[in-house]
Design a protein around this ligand. Structure first.
Ligand code: G3P
Ligand code: CA
Length: 268
């Protein structure tokens, strides 16, 4: 019989656990990394910032109020910015109870602890430099930490690590300092501007609301800084029918709080 016309088939997208498996465990904690691992999810995403005394920690918001009990422990320290607290102070905080009692006493991890956990699980890391404009020099400091922890060796750089940011200057700095590290720009640049991002980035990672089939094709038509077509990882996709639609468009990665259901909806 005659072959039936079919839409182009794409490889299934990489599924990335956003802030860990953050629908099921408190975001950006070791518990969320381990939950992703329990679900069989290889890639985790996190957010990196810096304490008052210069330590790298994993935290999304630039203040500590939403995801810790900082207002109870340090009532006089408004507005509770990450950069106004030492690591010793941050380590006193409960980063799990806000999510559920089951995670009471979960701690804010340092980047070092986080890397160790991801490595122990043989997982891979999409590391976001969060608000790097607040933390001068955080690109070099993060790369130094990655190096110390063995994350800049050949295997890690080629298969296990991507560094991304909304801040294009920061992504460019990472590329300039360590040109072998794979990088991503978070946002939806105009198609005409994509060649500029190709000076320092391998990925264009937009909010899923701005992703269309034409945009995916336009991104793939441009080569990133390492000479391969730009990849596109999109966020934050928790709805399975949206995930399936994005997979059909050919996105390369889906960043999600519910990596188990998104994997099931996008498996080929
Ligand atoms: O990985 C992409 C996504 O995390 C970007 O947004 O606010 O969750 O860091 P946000
Ligand atoms: Ca993030």
């Amino acid at each position: 019989s005659a072959p039936v016309a079919q839409a182009a088939q794409h490889d299934e997208p990489v599924v990335v656990a956003h802030r860990g498996a953050s629908a099921y465990a408190p975001e950006n904690t070791l518990a969320a990394v381990d939950k992703a691992d329990d679900l069989g999810i290889t890639w985790v995403e996190n957010d990196v910032q810096r304490t008052k005394d210069g330590e790298l920690v994993v935290m999304h918001d630039t203040n500590l109020t939403r995801t810790t009990n900082v207002e109870d422990v340090f009532p006089d320290r408004a507005p509770w910015k990450v950069s106004d607290f030492t690591l010793a102070e941050i380590k006193k905080l409960d980063a799990g109870s806000w999510f559920s009692a089951e995670y009471r006493n979960e701690r804010v991890p340092t980047l070092e602890q986080y890397l160790d956990e991801v490595e122990d699980n043989d997982q891979r890391l999409l590391l976001e430099l969060k608000a790097p404009e607040l933390y001068p020099g955080i690109e070099l400091q993060t790369l130094d930490e990655l190096k110390r922890e063995g994350w800049l060796n050949r295997t890690h750089v080629s298969r296990k690590l991507i560094v991304q940011s909304f801040n294009a200057d920061s992504v460019r700095t990472v590329h300039t300092l360590r040109s072998d590290v794979k990088t991503g720009f978070l946002g939806t640049p105009a198609v005409a501007d994509l060649p500029k991002y190709a000076e320092f980035s391998d990925q264009i990672n937009p909010n899923h609301g701005s992703v269309t089939p034409d945009y995916v094709d336009a991104v793939h038509a441009v080569k990133g800084v390492h000479g391969k077509p730009f990849e596109l990882f999109t966020w934050t996709v928790n709805d399975v029918s949206t995930a399936a639609r994005l997979a059909d468009m050919g996105v390369d990665g889906i960043i999600t709080n519910t990596p188990d259901t998104v994997r099931d909806a996008t498996e080929r």
